[in-house]
Design a protein around this ligand. Structure first.
Ligand code: PLP
Length: 384
């Protein structure tokens, strides 16, 4: 354990398994460490560093905003909040054009589920095996293996889990008492598992038929990561509610619930609320991240560079590659933790996942072909 790790542990709760790397700075896709080394970051701070580190436009937007107005709550209207919300609604699939800004992925999912439970007589949610939706009460209740994640004496509502390979079970479970089906179109924590298109199509069809809402949790797979604005666009299926966070503000804490004008129209003052959500710093960052994705044509970059990963990185211990865009799972012949440690010796940081065989890549959306060439070269030198 490094001195910094020990210092941190002396004052914080012992809930994280940390790697022995201490970043003190970052530039693009590179992390600068306290010991002077540079590490290529293919984990992107858990999919948060959408523009990499120190992107000049994000730095300038935050510097400018911190001087103008660091915070104001939703009691007062802000032109910047209006602009950021419009940019996000326009980035989202057509029909999803009302935004509620919050602070994290779990908070976005709590609020999405609250919207679903407004329907009288609907008190059950259908979720998907393998899913991760966050650690707060409602988000944890719809997370697979929630006995482990939940941590409260009882669940706040009834949840049925279905396998993403069992469309029949999905059809069977969704009925008149179902408030919502919630799913990650590409499951992140599970190991970059892209759900079968026919499962998503069936989820859209059965929720519509039963009068339940379809919620896409795009906290990890959204904001361009699939090479389309959202995974909803990647699959060509529009949910009733879409949640996003992580890369949304490029590192500034922010989350969002995006929904239809119809659902928004039924809401009364005070039904939802948050102190920090929609604050000016987060809004400046959101507006900038979306602007940079457009101006630097990052969606094209993701599709091209992701294809390069698929074509060149099935070498050494990597047997197959799953996922989409820049949410990729390298399925390994040996435990992913071993490969992660060996890649670090080559100066490359990758993530692990709930699947012990899957190494997860969540790099900045600005990742370049030369970075993938470094990964492929390192993997070639690692024993199968
Ligand atoms: N939903 C998904 C798909 C996630 O991957 C995560 C975090 O990993 C969350 C929700 C929870 O987000 P947060 O940690 O910002 O609350």
């Amino acid at each position: 354990m490094s001195t910094t790790q020990a210092d941190e542990l002396a004052w914080t709760l012992p809930v994280y398994a940390q790697l022995a790397l201490e970043p003190v700075g970052g530039a693009g896709a590179w992390l600068e460490l306290a010991d002077g080394r540079r590490i290529l970051d293919l984990y992107g701070g858990h999919a948060v560093a959408a523009l990499g580190y120190g992107h000049p436009r994000l730095v300038a937007a935050l510097q400018d905003q911190v001087k103008r107005l660091t915070f104001q709550s939703n009691l007062l209207p802000l032109a910047l909040r209006a602009r950021a919300s419009e940019a996000l609604a326009r980035f989202a699939p057509p029909g999803l054009d009302r935004v509620f800004l919050v602070n994290s992925g779990a908070e976005a999912n709590e609020n999405a589920l609250k919207l679903a439970f407004r329907a009288p007589g609907r008190n059950r949610v259908v979720a998907v095996e393998g899913a991760f939706h966050g650690r707060t009460a409602a988000a944890a209740a719809v997370t697979w293996g929630s006995e482990k994640w939940y941590g409260f004496p009882q669940k706040p509502f009834e949840v049925s889990f279905v396998s993403p390979r069992d469309v029949g079970a999905l059809r069977h479970k969704v009925g008149e008492d179902t408030a919502a089906v919630i799913l990650e179109p590409v499951q992140g924590v599970a190991g970059a598992v892209d759900l079968p298109a026919e499962f998503l199509a069936a989820a859209r069809e059965v929720t519509r038929a039963a009068g339940a809402l379809l919620i896409f949790d795009e906290v990890q797979c959204g904001m361009g990561r699939t090479g389309r604005p959202f995974a909803a666009d990647y699959y060509g299926i529009t949910p009733d509610i879409l949640t996003t966070a992580k890369g949304l503000a490029g590192g500034f804490p922010a989350g969002a619930v995006i929904t239809t004008a119809e659902i928004a129209a039924g809401l009364k003052i005070g039904e939802l609320g948050t102190t920090f959500g929609g604050g000016p710093m987060a809004c400046a960052a959101i507006e900038t991240v979306i602007g940079v994705i457009h101006d630097e044509q990052l969606l094209d970059n993701i599709r091209t560079v992701s294809q390069q990963v698929r074509e060149t990185c099935r070498v050494g211990p990597v047997q197959s590659i799953q996922g989409a865009g820049f949410l990729l799972g390298l399925v390994c012949s040996r435990p992913a933790k071993e490969i992660q440690a060996e890649l670090l010796e080559h100066g490359i940081l990758a993530g692990t996942s709930a699947d012990p065989a899957v190494l997860r890549l969540l790099p900045p959306l600005t990742l370049e072909p030369e970075h993938v060439a470094m990964l492929a070269a390192a993997l070639t030198e690692i024993a199968p």
